[in-house]
Design a protein around this ligand. Structure first.
Ligand code: GLC
Length: 473
């Protein structure tokens, strides 16, 4: 099991990104020294779900570069001791994938690559609306837990498992160090029946079934690569299932639920709730000490955290790195304290399927255009899906008191200080107002951390002599 690996996530969104990432590695390495860079999908895709709808797993989307650029990136990363992780979107393909096209046409080899039923079930998709759609070509209904353009693969079919074995082997040969596995806990449907609807009790226990775990074990175990799980619906995840998943197939589990417990609930991302600090901090205190837990404050699936929680980005960094934090994940630009993008007030300008569906739902409920757009602009994933501002990076690099240099400092502490690395956690206080106080303890040493999300007091870390080690200023 991997311990103390720092992961840095990049979401490709601009022309020439593969070359650009390679060019920026020296700077990222100097400031943060990540062990891995996880790059979100840059494979061939119609881009209906921002690349998470792959139409060819072994081809690079032209605008990002080509295989030569990718090899160059791997070489530069190696020079800096960084492994490249790819995103394996495995639960579903794009509707444009040749497997689906052939499956629709009854091709004997491909006909069971997807989940086809004669009659649809009453399941709802994570993006809203029914989870089954009719294919006139096939004369049956196919399952899509996400958008209708993302048909679910059938992992009860050994041919599908073999396809992904080959895809993993292909990329391993190109020099990748591992994978982040998308929607990892919901792969294999073992029980296609009525009534198990996303969002209702029983759903997640149903999905995190033994079939999924055994598929993952077959695919990922003993590959000598770093495997990072993305379980869907993190906040519902039981410890038992977490251990099963991580022990059998993964080194760590990247948990988006750590964000959602604060101010939203799974499958209701079209609502804005006041931040529930108690709920959030309690969950973190429970999960952070797990060695395979990967804590994230941001990702490509969430708005920017300093905007979302209206807080000094340094306090967020302290939450992420001063709690026990074995495999933390930094999302591009987080280390600059980047705020939400200034998104359009016109829904037509949004490409992301999530933003559009939230808008439609809100309008259907009777919200005005302005009201619906106010919500979309705040919660849209597009807020974080913009290229890094490298000019800002260079400016912050030069300023001692910048957020970037705060991240450098706190990461050095996380790497080198034994109490912060390995100390146990003792919670002192969790307050509704956003105050979180705890000790980190190792042998006879004891550090005290005071975090204040309300902004009423400065957050700090004091060592056992009462000396200030870190201050959120
Ligand atoms: C994962 C991705 C998200 C995507 C979804 C469907 O949760 O992180 O961006 O929309 O899977 O592939």
């Amino acid at each position: 099991m991997a311990k103390h690996k720092l992961i840095y996530q990049i979401y490709p969104s601009a022309v020439g990104d593969l070359r650009d990432i390679a060019d920026k590695i020296p700077l990222i390495a100097a400031k943060l020294q990540p062990d891995y860079i996880w790059i979100s999908p840059f494979f061939k895709s119609p881009w209906i779900d921002g690349g998470y709808d792959v139409s060819d797993y072994c081809k690079i989307e032209q605008r990002f570069g080509n295989m030569r650029d990718f090899h160059h990136l791997i070489t530069v990363a190696k020079k800096y001791n960084i492994g490249i992780l790819l995103d394996l979107v495995i639960n579903h393909t794009s509707i444009e994938h040749s497997w689906f096209r052939k499956s629709e046409l009854h091709d004997p080899w491909y006909k069971d690559y997807y989940v086809w039923l004669d009659k649809p079930l009453n399941w709802k998709s994570f993006f809203g609306g029914p989870a089954f759609d009719y294919s006139a070509l096939r004369g049956k209904y196919y399952l899509h837990l996400y958008d209708r353009s993302q048909p679910d693969l059938n992992f009860n079919n050994p041919r599908v498992i073999k396809e992904f074995k080959d895809i993993i082997a292909f990329w391993k040969k190109q020099g990748v160090a591992g994978f982040r596995v998308d929607s990892a806990n919901i792969l294999a449907e073992s029980n296609l029946k009525k009534g198990l609807i996303p969002g209702l009790p029983g759903f997640f226990s149903y999905y995190q079934n033994n079939k999924t775990i055994s598929v993952l074990e077959k695919l990922l175990a003993n590959k000598g690569m770093f495997m990072l799980a993305e379980p869907v619906g993190g906040e519902f995840f039981s410890k038992r299932k977490f251990h099963e998943l991580t022990e059998k197939a993964f080194d760590a589990s990247f948990n988006v639920g750590t964000l959602d417990v604060a101010d939203s609930f799974f499958s209701t991302k079209d609502r804005i709730y006041p931040v529930n600090y108690r709920r959030w901090f309690k969950k973190l205190a429970k999960w952070a000490p797990e060695p395979a837990f990967s804590m994230a404050i941001e990702s490509h699936d969430a708005p920017r955290a300093p905007s979302r929680f209206d807080v000094n980005p340094r306090v967020l960094a302290m939450l992420q790195f001063l709690l026990p934090s074995y495999n933390p994940c930094i999302y591009q630009g987080q280390e600059l304290g980047t705020l939400n993008a200034d998104l359009s007030t016109n829904i037509e300008d949004y490409r992301g399927v999530q933003s559009r569906q939230v808008y439609v739902r809100l309008r259907r409920e009777g919200k005005t255009k302005q009201q619906a757009m106010a919500v979309v602009r705040r919660i849209s994933r597009d807020n974080a899906r913009v290229p890094i501002d490298w000019g800002e990076y260079i400016l912050q690099d030069k300023r001692d008191d910048s957020v970037l240099n705060f991240y450098s400092k706190i990461i050095a502490l996380w790497r080198n200080d034994r109490v912060i690395r390995d100390g146990s956690l003792k919670v002192v206080k969790i307050k509704k107002s956003g105050v979180f106080e705890f000790y980190r303890i190792l042998d006879k040493k004891q550090y005290f951390v005071h975090l204040d999300f309300s902004g009423k007091s400065t957050s700090y870390l004091k060592d056992d002599k009462g000396e200030l080690v870190l201050l959120s200023k």
